[in-house]
Each structure stands twice: as C-alpha cells, then as structure tokens.
Unconditional design. Structure first.
Length: 74
C-alpha cells in the first residue's frame, strides 16, 4: 500500500504534472460509452430471453400511464 501511495505523491505535489483536459475528457467519454454499451447490452439480453415478460411490463406501464392521465384530467 505504501508503494502505491508514494508513487502518486510526486504527481500530486508537482503542479506541472497536470493531465491535459482533452485526454481527461476522452477518458470520461470512453467510460460513458462503455457503460452505455454494457447497460443496453444487458437490456437487449433480457429482452431476448424474456420477451413475454418485457411485453407484459410495457403493457402494464401503458395502462397505468393512461389511468394517471385520466386521473389528472378529472
């Protein structure tokens, strides 16, 4: 543990050892893209495995939405 902390210390103490904003931004974009791909891959996987369940959930959501819209109109 001490080795990793001491390895970080020079970069923290040295103000000239800054990471360029463009590289930081690209890393953040890459992480977001990977997260989205992972999430949507999971959604597609669930949809393929349980299409009837997903369809029923969507129908339930639609019915509840209609019910709420009617309740708001009254």
């Amino acid at each position: 543990m001490e080795k990793s902390e001491s390895a970080l210390t020079p970069a923290i103490d040295n103000p000239s050892a800054k990471i360029p904003l463009s590289s930081t931004t690209s890393v953040v974009k890459r992480d977001i893209n990977q997260s989205l791909r992972s999430f949507f891959g999971w959604v597609v996987d669930v949809w393929i495995r349980f299409p009837d369940l997903i369809s029923q959930l969507l129908n339930d959501i639609e019915e509840r939405t209609k019910y709420l819209e009617e309740a708001v109109r009254k």
